[in-house]
Design a protein around this ligand. Sequence first.
Ligand code: ZN
Length: 310
Amino acid sequence: MNNPLNPHVLISEVGPRDGLQSVKATMPTADKFRWIDALVAAGVREIEVASFVPPKLLPQMADAAEVVRYGKQKAGVTIMALVPNLRGAENALRAGADKLTMPVSASTAHSLANVRRTPLEMVEEVRAIARLRDELAPHVKLEAGISTAFGCTLQGLVPEDDVIRLAAACIEAGADESGLSDTVGYANPAQVRRLFRRLKEEIGDRAGAAHMHNTRGLGLANCLAAWDVGVRTFDSSLGGLGGCPYAPGASGNVVTEDLVFMFEAMGVSTGIDLERIVAARAPLMQGLPGEPVYGMTPDAGLPKGFRLAA
Ligand code: ZN
């Protein structure tokens, strides 16, 4: 989290990872490259480009190392990779990722179903990854994203104390920052304000990104609530790619185009050009023909006389 008085926000585009791993089709590597080109041309400065998991489990991510290496050619752009375990982290570090993000679920049921480990076992994995990072590439940042932080389809309610304790444990284990993810789209703005406030009280400047989903239409409201309590990094996905498997027909991740519009209209600079970010949908749609893309701003266009924040 930056200084809350600093109006600048960082939009972290997660479509090439979160979005692509949630759709059935596999985007050809060349289309991923074109998509990354278009995102960078629009001013995106942080992109989660891949997930380092066995290709047998996720064929969509079989080219993860290649995509990281491609992204690394872009000056001034942080290339992030999701790593579920130590082996994934080693592969991501060897490919040259600038930043690793490790999903740690606050719901034991979700954690067991997803990675067959308890949350506390995942904290030990964070510790092992941090150690490996220190050895191989000490400049690389490690983020622990607390998933199901606002509720879980399997467990239902996730106690807020569990979320905050887990985030603190990840920092203690060597993560540089810890953010909160509304993995299944259960969050509401009051809850978002409360939990991020507590997170900041607990781990201070190490409080990381808000990863919100739009499953129930509250994605932007939740981002605004997080902004209100000082969050300055937001995950989102171009075209809202990454439909939630638990809510057919609903978009998953917050739509980057709409998020950029909201902040820019408020006078909060994102560094992203709206027309160019909308244009970045072209390579995405080319690479995934027939896949639905969401977004109100791209559909409606910009208001007359609209200007980007200074
Ligand atoms: Zn997501």
